[in-house]
Ligand binder design. Structure first.
Ligand code: TPP
Ligand code: MG
Length: 426
């Protein structure tokens, strides 16, 4: 009998695989011709209790509010007063100032690691402002904007980044992996997408207890390829959990373009439809569109109408982290060629166009925020920077696991301290 493994049928073409390749590489002109941009204002706004099957188009379209002239148009335009929009702009500028300073601090050797969210400031900040203050957030490492929008002290963020003697997390987490129960900010995990099922667990517990708080979680488009993503959506759909799933599609997962996570085949928002989850695809560089979509999803969740998946269509303007160099894998000018613009410039243009802001005030605010971050940095440095020896006492690594330290841990701690003192006498 013929060996089935080794005899292809001679009358059929051999099977082949498709290996995704990004439209442009270093040395090429950036190419975003495949990106379809709907006009601002054209997407209808369905009722918050809509059946996901009746709003399928929203998973393939693009909710946009800010048009090219800075006007807020269409049914998604949120009715926000100028003061709130200026606060939104201020938070976004504060994140950018913070990112720039911390990036430089890493290059100066004050920390081993930093991650910017440049170009994605409109993802976390308007969303946080659209949630209630006590709603629980389960972010990835690129939503520092949540802490900023909840007025977490900058100095505590920097103390964590420097792993110094005032680090609220006592040097136990990689720099930027913040955590704050008081600010509804769940501990960042380096293991991608673990926050998704954890957020669903929180949302289910909140509902099971008859609470009113909802959960929101964020992951990158690359992270949707993790099994946890799919387990989370299944649970949320089955139990109608009060949760907002955010996918931040910034086109890149370190050096892998979105095609490797399935982006050539369909939109990331469309993943929700297969689970019967309402899905919205939103211009992630449009602060007002993100605010409106989050508000829609939050109202839906809070009234027990079910979960929502929001794809934020955006672009990672800078490297993945301070350990990355994107010039090795993507076209140099992609950042400027990105067709949805800069989120800060777009919100600024809107405020200027409506007579609520001007260039002088903008520049003055930028300077004020840069000074504010600089001052927080100087204060934090007094508690130590990388390699200066001002870190948490050695024994803290044994603490905070048990309310009362068990005998075997105490024994290990004493042994470790004795060895440390023998090796490095005081
Ligand atoms: C389970 C797991 N796999 C791989 C990694 C390594 N890793 C860290 S970030 C990253 C890229 C994630 O890309 P994306 O989800 O698109 O988020 P982005 O960084 O673009 O915000 C990878 C592969 C990891 N931390 N955890
Ligand atoms: Mg990504």
């Amino acid at each position: 009998m013929a060996d089935r493994q080794s005899t292809p049928k001679s009358n059929l073409a051999p099977l082949s695989l498709h290996v995704p390749e990004p439209p442009s590489r270093p040395g090429d002109a950036p190419d975003f011709s495949h990106v379809e941009i709907l006009k601002a204002g054209v997407t209808p706004r369905p009722a918050e209790d809509s059946d996901p099957a009746a709003m399928r188009d929203h998973a393939y379209g693009l909710v946009r509010v800010l048009d090219d002239d800075g006007a807020a148009v269409g049914p998604w335009a949120p009715k926000l007063d100028a003061e709130t929009k200026r606060r939104m702009l201020k938070y976004m500028l504060r994140v950018r100032a913070f990112d720039d300073r911390m990036y430089r601090a890493q290059r100066q050797g004050k920390t081993s690691f930093y991650m910017k969210c440049t170009g994605e400031e409109a993802v976390a900040i308007p969303a946080t402002m659209a949630l209630d203050r006590d709603d629980m957030c389960f972010p990835s490492y690129r939503q520092q904007g949540i802490l900023i929008a909840r007025d977490y002290p900058l100095i505590d963020m920097i103390n964590q980044i420097y792993s110094n003697s005032a680090d609220p997390l006592k040097g136990r987490q990689l720099p930027i992996m913040y955590s704050s129960r008081e600010h509804g900010f769940f501990s960042i995990s380096g293991n991608l997408t673990t926050q998704y099922p954890q957020a669903v667990g929180y949302a289910m517990a909140s509902a099971a207890k008859g609470d009113t708080r909802i959960a929101a979680t964020w992951c990158g488009e690359g992270s949707t390829a993790e099994g946890d993503f799919h387990a989370a959506l299944t649970f949320a759909a089955v139990y109608n959990a009060p949760i907002i799933f955010n996918i931040v599609n910034n086109q890149w997962a370190i050096s892998s373009f979105s095609g490797f996570a399935g982006g050539e085949r369909t939109t990331f928002a469309a993943r929700g439809l297969g689970y019967g989850i309402a899905a919205l695809r939103v211009d992630g560089n449009d602060a007002l569109a993100v605010y409106a979509a989050t508000r829609w999803a939050a109202d839906r969740a809070r009234t027990n109408k079910g979960p929502t998946l929001i794809e934020h269509f955006t672009y990672r303007s800078e490297g993945h982290s301070t350990s990355d160099d994107p010039s090795g894998y993507r076209a140099a000018d992609e950042k400027t060629a990105w067709p949805l613009g800069d989120p800060i410039e777009r919100l600024k243009a809107h405020l200027v166009a409506s007579g609520e802001w001007d260039d002088d005030r903008h520049e003055a605010l930028r300077t004020e925020l840069s000074d504010e971050v600089k001052a927080a940095g100087k204060e934090a440095e007094k508690n130590g920077v990388l390699g200066h020896g001002l870190h948490q006492p050695f024994e803290t690594m044994f603490e905070d696991v048990y309310a009362d330290m068990p005998w075997h841990l105490r024994e290990q701690m004493e042994q470790a301290l004795a060895e440390k003192d023998a090796k490095w006498p005081k």
